[in-house]
Design a binder for this molecule. Structure first.
Ligand SMILES: Nc1ncnc2c1ncn2[C@@H]1O[C@H](COP(=O)(O)OP(=O)(O)OP(=O)(O)O)[C@@H](O)[C@H]1O
Length: 615
């Protein structure tokens, strides 16, 4: 039997061009991130040095950027960090995925931003060659590493005059590719440094062409806490003004110590466009992660814009989003709780101010409470609804009237509200979301019931005239009904308050739909008129309302005018009066006058004028 030798394990080969292409096209949002990665490495190196030399060297360690001086120029990023030995350079810089920023258990080392061991490669998106010169704080000779986009590298120790004057720390040099000069020259580098490193905890400066410096780092006032936050209150607000583009309605302090997350939520003083998602500005250890990230706050918190800095949440490899893990979930829940607390406290301490807030965001809040149990539980009570006894907050409504009646349309509301007794008001559910909001009430408030109020029910609830008057009433209904038959309206007589309203025009949903279809048919072009005609035939009530779908003029038996009318035997007087009452009731009910109605009004007025003139 012949034995075959076991296959020997061989390392993968990496095609660097392919990896860089992958990073540039699919991982990072674009070549701009090269500076973020360089500054981040420099910042981590300064932190690493601070661990090794806790007493410092007497001057603050910092990061200095020397932009490229136009085409053919070289950009240099210099740090006073821990530096690298020749062995480290060979190992760390030349191995894709190797990082010094993970501990023995391969966990990210606390306080350091890097972790994946790929950041430096992003420089190949703007250059063909990376030169790193470094002197380690551990004391070896300085070293130079040259990495090429073709996947080769070289390392050499610097000696003699070349080594002289090289301080502890690292310098990275990139020669700009012609197409990318704009990202490495003064304006480009300064802009990128300001974007990414503005709140970094290590000073970052950018050299001007004339040799002076711009310091880009500043205190992240939005993340201040305690007394410092109180001292900086005006700066915190000013930051919000810049961010939001207007004076924020309020500021909410955010702090989740468990994940090292601190910041501020700015309450928007205007309603964001419908469907806009909240977009937070997220920093990781002071380095900008994203200025419009929508995964930090719960979806319902659309009315704030948050800006935070975190040290305990994990970035994705692109460093442009956070990893969706338990820590992020906890943070999101706690940030949401802070916003919720703000709403509740404002309601308790400054209800007038809360009313202003609700007025600004009411439409969206109403839209959201319908689907979002959490938001509903704390915001529903502050929303306002129109009722037949005026505008009430939901809280006032359910406290005073636990049995809530509502209409589905504004038309129905106008009619039902005219008949609703003050102790049984009705809510106008006709505006966008309002009926849905009312239907939500029993889910949030114990003991609250809701019921739809219809025109038919409102009519049924009215008192009929006393038995003794029945014959007179029946005759009036009959005669008036004949007069209004031409406009498809029935007449009923009931008693209701106030007595000085002689008549109400009542049309249920079916009747209103039939009327609207009829009106649409009259103004529609021939083709659509045919379609609408078919729809009317198929729909209950038909084109000219009939049966239960017919609108009704409800005459008020408590009105002296109606009683006088019932007593007259003059059919002409009765007809004209009924016609005028009908038109008056239509107008009071905000119903548009159809051509038939206008003809009726004109006829009645003409008769009256002729009668008066003949006297
Ligand atoms: N300026 C520097 N000073 C000292 N060491 C550095 C510097 N820049 C890079 N290094 C070393 O090179 C290693 C690889 O850097 P690289 O940017 O590729 O990855 P990383 O920072 O570890 O992780 P990430 O991909 O998350 O940025 C680092 O872990 C670090 O040890």
């Amino acid at each position: 039997m012949t034995e075959t030798a076991p296959p020997s394990a061989r390392p993968f080969q990496v095609d660097l061009r392919g990896v860089v292409d992958l990073l540039g096209r699919h991982l990072y949002s674009g070549p701009r991130v090269y500076l973020r990665e360089l500054v981040q490495n420099a910042r981590d190196a300064v932190h690493a040095r601070a661990d090794l030399e806790p007493d410092g060297t007497g001057r603050p360690w910092e990061v200095r950027i020397h932009p490229a001086a136009g085409p053919g120029g070289v950009l240099r990023v210099v740090d006073d960090g821990a530096g690298l030995t020749a062995a480290e350079v060979g190992d760390l810089l030349a191995t894709v995925g190797r990082s010094s920023k993970r501990d023995l258990l391969d966990l990210p080392r606390e306080g350091l931003l890097g972790r994946f061991g790929i950041g430096l490669l992003s420089c190949f998106m703007v250059t063909d060659e990376i030169i790193v010169r470094s002197r380690s704080v551990r004391g070896d000779a300085p070293v130079e590493w040259v990495g090429s986009a073709d996947g080769t590298f070289s390392v050499r120790e610097l000696t003699g005059p070349e080594a002289e004057g090289i301080p502890v720390g690292t310098e990275v040099r990139l020669a700009a590719r012609p197409d990318d000069v704009a990202l490495l020259d003064h304006d480009g580098a300064l802009g990128l440094a300001r974007t990414y490193a503005r709140f970094l905890d290590v000073t970052v400066r950018v050299a001007r062409p004339e040799g002076t410096w711009d310091t880009v780092t500043q205190e992240p006032v939005f993340a201040a806490t305690g007394e410092r936050r109180a001292d900086l209150a005006e700066q915190v607000r000013a930051f919000g003004r810049d961010l939001v583009g207007a004076e924020p309605f309020d500021t909410i302090e955010l702090a989740v110590p468990a994940t090292g997350t601190r910041g501020t939520a700015y309450v928007l003083p205007f309603a964001p466009p419908p469907g806009a998602r909240q977009a937070s500005v997220v920093h990781l250890g002071g380095m900008l992660l994203d200025d419009r990230w929508d995964g930090l706050l719960p979806d319902w918190a659309f009315f704030v814009r948050a800006v935070v800095d975190t040290t305990g949440l994990r970035p994705t490899a692109s460093r442009e989003a956070l990893v969706e893990d338990d820590a992020l979930e906890l943070t999101r829940a706690e940030l949401g709780a802070a916003v919720r607390r703000w709403v509740l406290e404002l309601g308790l301490r400054r209800p007038g101010r809360l009313a202003e807030f609700v007025a600004v965001h009411e439409r969206s809040l109403k839209g959201l409470v319908v689907h979002d149990d959490e938001l509903a539980s704390f915001v529903l009570r502050w929303l306002r609804l129109e009722t037949s006894v005026g505008v009430l907050t939901v809280d006032e409504l359910v406290t005073r009237y636990p049995e809530v009646r509502y209409t589905e349309t504004v038309d129905e509301f106008r009619q039902v509200a005219a008949l609703a007794p003050p102790d049984r008001p009705v809510v106008n559910g006709g505006y966008v979301h309002d009926a849905d909001v009312v239907r939500r009430l029993p889910d949030v408030f114990d003991g609250v019931r809701v019921a739809r109020a219809t025109v038919e029910d409102a009519l049924d609830a009215l008192d009929v005239p006393p038995l003794d008057d029945r014959a007179t009433v029946a005759r009036l209904e009959d005669r008036a009904g004949t007069v209004l038959d031409a406009v498809g309206c029935d007449v009923v007589v009931r008693r209701y308050e106030p007595a000085d309203v002689p008549a109400l025009y009542l049309a249920g949903r079916d009747a209103l739909r039939a009327l609207d279809r009829g009106a649409a048919r009259r103004v529609a072009p021939a083709l659509w008129a045919g379609v609408l005609g078919k729809a009317s035939e198929a729909a209950p009530g038909g084109a000219t309302p009939s049966g239960p779908a017919r609108p009704r003029l409800c005459l008020n038996w408590s009105s002296p005018l109606v009683r006088t009318l019932a007593a007259t035997d003059d059919d002409a007087v009765l007809a004209r009066t009924v016609q005028l009452l009908y038109v008056q009731a239509l107008l009071a009910g905000h119903r548009p006058l159809r051509p038939d109605d206008r003809a009726l009004l004109t006829g009645a007025l003409t008769d009256l004028v002729q009668l008066s003139a003949a006297r």
